[in-house]
Design a protein around this ligand. Structure first.
Ligand SMILES: [Zn+2]
Length: 79
């Protein structure tokens, strides 16, 4: 397994286009590293009804969640 190179330019993890009002909604965990933030723009927050990481219930494992508490599909980590 090779090293994951983190993209330093912040963009929405869902649409990958917008950096408007980015909010951390979860954390990617990798087997070999510390993981990294999953970001959502204000548009995708509304579109996917996402809960900010700050508002997650205990034991959410930093998995992105919808506002009703159900896990949200994590967008692909591939570029
Ligand atoms: Zn977006």
């Amino acid at each position: 397994m090779h090293e994951v190179v983190r993209v330093e330019v912040d963009a929405c993890s869902w649409c990958r286009k917008s950096a408007d009002g980015l909010v951390v909604v979860g954390i990617y965990h990798s087997d070999s590293g510390p993981g990294w933030d999953i970001l959502a723009c204000s548009w995708c927050m509304r579109l996917h009804d996402l809960l900010p990481l700050d508002a997650h219930p205990k034991g959410s494992w930093c998995i992105p969640r919808h506002r009703d508490g159900t896990p949200a599909a994590i967008p692909s980590a591939e570029p």
